[in-house]
Design a protein. Structure first.
Length: 130
């Protein structure tokens, strides 16, 4: 019998910490086009400034910390032509999905969590088998 030395206490603690944290933390702002602009719990100017700062800091961090390419075509083992087709297919899929979602008014017909989960599942199912 193999023992890890940690026992069950950390696993139980982690399992209990998630619901406690969910109850203790405030509700999400849902400020990403899921609710009306008037429903924001903060002033609109503060939201705009905070969003701008987050974007600037994240892009700066990526440019400073990501020194070398991580997703090279050679690592995937596909040709240049296949990379072009893959890039085009991803862009076309995004456009088709956005237009379909808009035409069917899915954002108003489905709950946000169901729409996002369904979209993620569709994207995962269409991932090429490389």
């Amino acid at each position: 019998m193999m023992r890890s030395g940690f026992g069950r206490a950390p696993a139980i603690g982690a399992a209990l910490a998630a619901p406690v944290a969910a109850l203790a933390l405030p509700a999400p702002a849902l400020a990403h086009a899921l609710v009306a602009r008037e429903d924001l719990p903060i002033p609109a100017w503060l939201f705009a400034w905070a969003a701008s700062v987050v974007l600037i800091v994240s892009f700066f961090a990526l440019s400073v910390l990501w020194k070398q390419p991580r997703f090279e075509r050679e690592d995937w083992g596909i040709s240049a032509a296949a990379a072009v087709w893959l890039t085009g297919a991803v862009q076309l899929g995004f456009v088709v999905g956005a237009l379909t979602s808009t035409a069917l008014n899915l954002a108003d017909r489905l709950p946000p969590h169901l729409l996002l989960a369904t979209s993620a599942a569709a994207a995962a199912a269409s991932w090429p088998r490389i």
